[in-house]
Every structure is written in C-alpha cells, then in structure tokens.
Design a protein around this ligand. Structure first.
Ligand code: FPP
Length: 264
C-alpha cells in the first residue's frame, strides 16, 4: 500500500508517540460548582482556580511540555451575569500583574489568543506589555485564550487569507492545511497533542476546533480548583499509553515505529 502523502505527516507526528505531549490545552471547567459545593459564590471558585493554573504551568515546564494553552474566557462567557464577567476580567488583570515577573524569571513566554480587541483598553495594554516582556523566553509558551472561540479563530484566519487573495499576494490553489495553520491563533506552535477538560463534561465547547483534528482527549470529573500536578501527570501518562494512528491502521503504525527505531 502506498502511503505517500500521508506517510510524511504520520512520520512527523509519530515523533511524539509515547512521549511527553508537545502541546497541551486545558478547558478549565468546574470553578462555579466547586464554590457552590462549599456554600460560596461562584466567583470564589474562579479565584481559587488561579492556584490550579499555577500548578499546571509548573508541571508543564517541569516535564518539558513546550506549549500549554488554557481556556480562560470564551466568546460565549460574556453572557454570564455581569458581576461574574467583571470578576473574571479583574482576575485576569491581577494575574497578569502578579505573575508576569515570575513567568519571565522561569523563561516562560506568555501569549494571549482570542479577540482581545473587545477587552478593556487598559487590559489590552497590560497584555501587550506582558507579551513583549516575555517574547524571547523559550522554556514554555503559555497561551491564555481570552474572548476566544474556535469558530472565531477559523473565520479570522479565513478573512486574512481572503485579503491576501484579494491583494493578489496569494492564489486560491496555494491554500492548504499548512498555509491555514499559519493564520490561526496557534501559528508557530506545535500541533495540539492533548486536550484535557476538567469538570465532568465531555465536549469541546468551541475551543481550538481547527487544532483538535488529531488531538487526544482526556476528561476528568475533577473540578478545576482541585486540579494539580498529580492529576496532570495521570492525564499525560494516559496520553503516553495511547496508540495515535493519524488515520493509519494499527499495524502500519507498528511498522513505522519499528523503522523509526532502527539505527541509520
Ligand atoms: C469555567 O468554570 C471556568 C472559567 C469560565 C474561567 C476560568 C478562569 C480561571 C481558572 C481563573 C483565571 C485564570 C487565568 C489564566 C487568569 P465554570 O464557571 O464554568 O464552572 P461550572 O461549570 O462549575 O459553572
């Protein structure tokens, strides 16, 4: 059987097989329920969730995950009660203020993905400064998705490509997956390997739709504020135990795997 076109991408992707995922994304769900179970306001859950963010970043850096993308605020979250939206925005601002120095000291690059133009102007400034301060860091890229939606990301990329075509800088025939990848908000980052969702629901909720194509999914009932390094490690171990087939059969993958381990 001739694998030609697909073989190259399968070979490249197989580098990550049974190893630490290069790019992990997390849907941090369950803050509200965690707080309500304790008889507290939902916003207490969001505030407590910050410690789980710190633990995840620490773990990702420690084990050599190169990109961590966290869903902090979706384009749909604006519809939540006004006070809750306001607390989430304040929290984002506070976290930027208190954590950027530490991120920088730990060689972590911060990037905010999503339609940031809808955020408060002062917050946009803080984001820009934090991104500039950490832009040359190399140990880990921490992407915070704020006012992010997977459909928005795809439409935003499409608009930029359409403009290139309109300006005769690009031919429609030149549009392929690799080119499209350059226009989505995760451009330049490794392919998404693992998507974790806490809080017990089994859905993608408009997160990283383009990027999920070959990602492995890991769902846990743990509510976000209880998420920590050990639970992250279980998700990574589960990922490592899976056979990623990228559309091939199990035996094709085994053959490719053997070839890869032969000395040159
Ligand atoms: C979902 O839980 C969580 C959010 C919408 C916000 C996530 C924010 C944080 C963890 C804190 C801030 C983080 C950063 C990076 C600044 P939910 O409210 O939907 O919980 P529920 O499903 O129990 O209602």
């Amino acid at each position: 059987m001739n694998l030609s076109g697909n073989q190259a991408s399968a070979d490249a992707s197989l580098e990550t097989y049974q190893t630490i995922p290069k790019h992990v994304a997390i849907i941090m769900d369950g803050n509200g329920r965690w707080a309500q179970q304790k008889g507290k306001l939902r916003t207490f859950g969001h505030k407590s969730g910050v410690e789980a963010v710190r633990a995840s970043v620490r773990y990702a850096r420690e084990v050599g995950i190169s990109s961590l993308t966290l869903f902090a605020f979706s384009s749909e979250n604006w519809q939540r009660p006004k006070e809750e939206v306001s607390v989430l925005m304040q929290l984002f601002s506070l976290v930027l203020k208190s954590e950027v120095k530490k991120l920088d000291q730990n060689n972590i690059k911060l990037k905010v993905i999503g339609d940031t133009s809808a955020l408060d102007k002062k917050l946009q400034e803080k984001i820009k400064k934090a991104e500039q301060k950490t832009e040359n860091n190399t140990a880990l890229t921490l992407n915070i998705a704020a006012n992010y939606g997977g459909r928005w990301d795809i439409i935003n990329a499409t608009k930029q490509i359409a403009n290139q075509v309109k300006n005769n800088a690009l031919l429609p025939e030149q549009i392929d997956e690799a080119l499209f990848n350059n226009y989505v908000s995760t451009s330049g980052l490794p392919e998404l390997d693992l998507l974790i969702r806490t809080g017990g629901d089994h859905r993608v909720s408009n997160f990283l739709l383009w990027q999920c194509a070959y990602a492995e999914f890991y769902f846990t009932d743990t509510l976000w504020p209880d998420f920590n390094e050990s639970i992250f490690a279980v998700a990574v171990a589960d990922f490592a135990s899976r056979q990623r087939r990228f559309g091939l059969t199990g035996s094709q993958i085994m053959t490719l795997d053997k070839k890869g381990s032969e000395p040159c």
